[in-house]
Design a protein around this ligand. Structure first.
Ligand code: HGY
Ligand code: MN
Ligand code: MN
Length: 412
């Protein structure tokens, strides 16, 4: 493992600053939901950057696009390094972007050093990691995990998916042609901000991810009766808002009391018809919950569904449940974890092993090849908002650990 070689931090910072300006919002972050104008702009920037860097550009049917630095051995396997350039609405500058830019910088550094590796190196940006449309969409397609009916009821809605594909010049069929042969891959490494407080609180520079949580999404709709808000007696109302809000409060309390290793979130709620003077006839909410393992998950899912049903019945409402997708809890590969540990150690950086409460494309890749993730500290654990911040020194440390871990895995 060549510990002399280091990434060019000025070049990485140049790219990061350019990227942070594309889709910058008024909150200090970026607003680049999948296939929005800002996201299409940042995708085009990435393509141009790859060509200007003299690297091979590749685009697959799922819209995943990459820089490739080929081995001199034509039959070599590919070591993938990457993350995602899409963001949540009004997200942060580092989530995903740091991983893609660091991956590109690793390829440039190795190209400049004229190192001859026994693997092709590929810096990849995965489509729709954040789930504006589906969630881990591009990496699931590449890993061959997309079920035939997967795109019929995506969590962002079918119409939004089709409109997004059209804007990006992609087709549904393309997603099912993006699958990579597992045998063609040597492994996958992803640098990412932690998006939580653990590394900062421990005063540690590098996180070695052990497992990634299971994530499941539902849309729950509480059905009551629209009525006049002034003349309908309070006790005669079938007020859908009451059921939805009661469930939201009780779900949080239940997780705090009975599922300490899990999280639950209601990220969106809509009342309809939706006016000051109409008792809501229906209330729909976006429910997401996460658990570290399948057993805990099964108990959490059953308890949440029971809670929703009882909240509906308490207010005389009906309940409709729409399952909108799941991502499996995923252990990171031992070989990848050890390569990251060695890379951090040989760079004189402190590290600790920790699970990821956030979902990542590594969950998809881990189903078909040895996958590993490197975390760098998030200041105050903030993410998915303009408050998201990681000290630049930590970003450079993470990129150098990605470089060294890639060299180490390439030699395996
Ligand atoms: O939502 C997540 O956990 C990730 O940021 N996509
Ligand atoms: Mn991310
Ligand atoms: Mn995210």
């Amino acid at each position: 493992m060549d510990t002399k070689i280091q990434i060019n931090s000025l070049r990485l910072k140049r790219d990061f600053d350019v990227l942070s300006a594309i889709g910058a919002d008024e909150f200090g972050g970026v607003d680049r939901p999948t296939f929005s104008a800002a996201h299409l702009a940042v995708r085009e920037w990435f393509r141009q950057r790859i060509l200007q860097d003299g690297l091979e550009f590749s685009l697959d049917g799922a819209g995943n696009h990459s820089a490739i630095l080929r081995s001199r051995q034509a039959q070599a396997k590919t070591l993938l390094l990457g993350s995602h350039l899409d963001s949540v609405p009004h997200g942060g500058r580092y989530d995903g972007a740091l991983g893609v830019l660091a991956a590109l910088e690793v390829l440039r550094t190795i190209q400049e050093a004229n190192l001859s590796l026994p693997v092709h190196l590929e810096a990849i940006d995965f489509t729709d990691e954040e789930g504006t449309l589906y969630g881990l969409l591009g990496s699931a397609a590449l890993a061959g995990l997309l079920e035939p009916e997967a795109l019929l009821a995506p969590r962002g809605g079918r119409a939004a998916l089709l409109e997004g594909l059209q804007r990006a010049g992609l087709s549904e069929e393309g997603f099912y042609q993006a699958r990579r042969e597992p045998d063609s891959l040597a492994g996958y490494l992803e640098l990412h901000i932690e998006q939580g407080p653990c590394l900062e609180q421990a005063g540690v520079q590098i996180g070695v991810v052990t497992t990634i949580v299971r994530i499941t999404s539902y849309r729950l709709t509480f059905l009551g009766r629209a009525d006049h808000a002034g003349t309908t007696p309070m006790l005669d109302r079938l007020d859908a808002a009451q059921g939805a809000c009661a469930f939201t409060l009780q779900a949080r309390q239940m997780v705090l009391e009975r599922f300490s290793s899990c999280v639950v979130n209601v990220g969106e709620m809509h009342f309809s018809p939706g006016a000051f003077n109409i008792v809501p006839g229906s209330a729909s909410l976006a429910l997401e919950f996460r658990a570290p393992d399948e057993t805990t998950f099964a108990s959490l899912e059953a308890s949440l569904m029971e809670l929703a049903q009882s909240a509906a019945e308490n207010y005389g409402l009906k309940l409709e449940r729409e399952f909108l997708g799941r991502h499996h809890p995923t252990p990171m590969h031992e070989t990848a974890q050890q390569a990251i540990q060695r890379a951090a150690g040989s760079s004189g950086l402190s590290w600790l092993s920790l699970p990821s409460g956030a979902g990542h494309d590594a969950q998809s890749l881990a189903q078909i090849c040895p996958a590993g993730m490197i975390f760098v500290p998030s200041v105050e654990g903030a993410s998915h908002s303009g408050r998201e911040y990681t000290h630049w020194e930590d970003c450079v440390n993470g990129a150098n650990v990605l470089l060294q871990a890639a060299l180490s895995l390439a030699a395996v």
